[in-house]
Design a binder for this molecule. Structure first.
Ligand code: F0G
Length: 475
């Protein structure tokens, strides 16, 4: 790894941050079962508890050591560290001690992920939603979705395993609604192709053409399976259970570690003022919302933030098991119907047990989950994109959820809102086109409104034709 930072550079920084600028803390990270007392070493790839089969998380048993550094000093460390010219610290590993201290800097894979902008919604969009808010657009990541955060940590972990354990063959595999596969294929393709192969399982016809092109372009083996995401997920779970593959879905706890960076960044971008904050997040497999809650918890435990924010989770009515659980108290996997928030169209979210545990332990009065109609989702996206934002259908889902929550008095409009637009608008332009063409199959339950429809106009190649069409006034 090339670094451009010398001892001399570091000596120019204030004394209270200098010892911590280049992180030496490696912690004592272990797999820990969320349901039983199992803990185990990170010296192998594990996705479920070998004793009881439940989900695993990664816990730093030395975490309390980090409390020796006061919260305000941590804030300074992150700020000054961001000025260093060390590639491994430029992305999500800026927060290395909290994020995933076990990975040595030399093994960190950095492809430009993280540090996505917080963009203020313009006046017109705020009026439409009924509150001022920010959009944190994770579509501005390398493969154009938030999945790059988790893939940067998971693939850095693989890279570390290859170097430290001398692995000569790694087969990375995931099921996907289109974005995990794009991110996995991208990050794995950065590693040595004689050692690392990448395979993705996609539900045939249920990822957009743009999403399909991404793993193909990265050279992955792309397998299309009949059914929906949940069917693909069951297959890769069985493969991970019985064969030597490295699962790259968010069931892999090394993914969750990287995705916590979204919370760290939001807190830092807001000057760590989180008491009045609501973060609005679209939910599918529930990995993202798990990571975001865990990230805020890390920061609160270290005194970097004082108060946990409120989380507003949003789902489509066509795939709403978490919203139904929150309103009824009962969790039941469901069969999904088609949704324009297709990347979140999941009936049995793998990380649901983690969500339930986090809500029970720390977020009970700070976690709301609501559902919205397909019409509201697509129009949330279209309205936002007509107002200078760059929002995908899942971002549209989050915006529609915020609008509904404000209208129904679920959240006060004067809170600070950050909406997670989880991927790039361009990945989902086919749904925009279906709206413009009024070509949605009936089960989407979407009727286009003419004021939101747009189409190119065909004209002759002359200034006169353009001027006539636009009714331009002569100078
Ligand atoms: N938004 C986008 C753009 C997604 O791709 C996903 C999930 C979600 C939201 C939901 O996040 O699953 O963490 O609750 N996509 C996965 C995939 C399932 O395979 O790309 P989640």
């Amino acid at each position: 790894m090339t670094t451009f930072c010398t001892e001399a550079d570091v000596s120019a920084f204030p004394a209270h941050v200098r010892p911590y600028l280049i992180p030496e803390y490696t912690g004592n990270c272990v797999y820990e079962c969320i349901a039983c007392a199992y803990t185990g070493s990170l010296d192998r790839f594990l996705y479920t508890c070998p004793e009881c089969g439940s989900l695993l998380k990664i816990t730093d048993l030395s975490f309390d050591e980090l409390k020796k550094i006061p919260g305000p000093v941590w804030r300074d460390i992150f700020d000054y560290r961001s000025l260093l010219r060390i590639e491994a610290l430029q992305g999500i590993f800026l927060f290395k001690e909290l994020l995933f201290p076990a990975i040595p800097l030399q093994d960190v894979i950095y492809l430009g992920e993280g540090h996505t902008a917080l963009v203020r919604a313009n006046e017109q969009l705020s009026r439409h939603v009924g509150a001022d808010f920010f959009i944190k657009n994770d579509g501005f990541n390398p493969s154009a979705s938030f999945k790059d955060r988790g893939m940067a940590s998971a693939v850095s972990f693989i890279n570390h395993a290859i170097r430290s354990r001398g692995l000569t063959e790694v087969l990375g595999i995931c099921a996907s609604t289109g974005d995990t596969s794009a991110a996995a294929a991208l990050y794995l393709s950065y590693l040595d192709s004689s050692v690392v192969k990448s395979v993705v399982l996609l539900p045939k016809g249920r990822v957009t053409p743009q999403q399909l092109s991404q793993p193909l372009g990265s050279g992955a083996t792309v397998l299309e399976i009949p059914g929906v995401f949940d069917d693909c997920m069951r297959i890769v779970e069985q493969l991970a259970e019985n064969y030597q593959v490295c699962l790259l879905n968010s069931k892999n706890p090394t993914r969750i570690m990287g995705q916590k960076s979204y919370a760290y960044e939001v807190a830092r971008q807001l000057g760590y003022e989180t008491a009045n904050l609501t973060v609005v997040v679209p939910v599918g497999n529930a990995g993202n919302i798990t990571a975001i809650m865990e990230g805020f918890l890390d920061m609160q435990r270290l005194g970097i933030i004082e108060t946990l924010p409120h989380i507003l989770a949003v789902q489509s009515r066509h795939a709403n098991p978490v919203a139904l659980w929150r309103s009824s108290g009962e969790y039941n996997p469901m069969t999904v119907s088609p949704s324009v928030a297709q990347a979140a169209m999941i009936g049995d979210p793998v990380s649901f047990p983690k969500v339930r545990a986090l809500v029970t332990s720390d977020f009970d009065d700070r976690f709301t989950c609501i559902d919205v109609e397909e019409q509201e989702i697509i129009e949330g996206m279209l309205q936002a994109n007509r107002c200078g934002s760059v929002v995908c259908t899942q971002g549209g889902e989050a915006i529609a959820g915020l609008r509904k929550a404000v209208a129904n008095g679920i959240v006060a409009p004067d809170r600070t809102f950050v909406v997670d637009s989880t991927s790039h608008q361009l990945k989902f332009s086919n749904f925009q086109q279906m709206y413009f063409d009024n070509s949605f199959p009936a089960d989407y339950e979407i009727k286009p409104r003419s004021e939101l429809v747009n189409a190119p106009v065909q004209l002759d190649a002359s200034a006169g034709a353009v001027a006539d069409y636009l009714n331009l006034k002569k100078k």
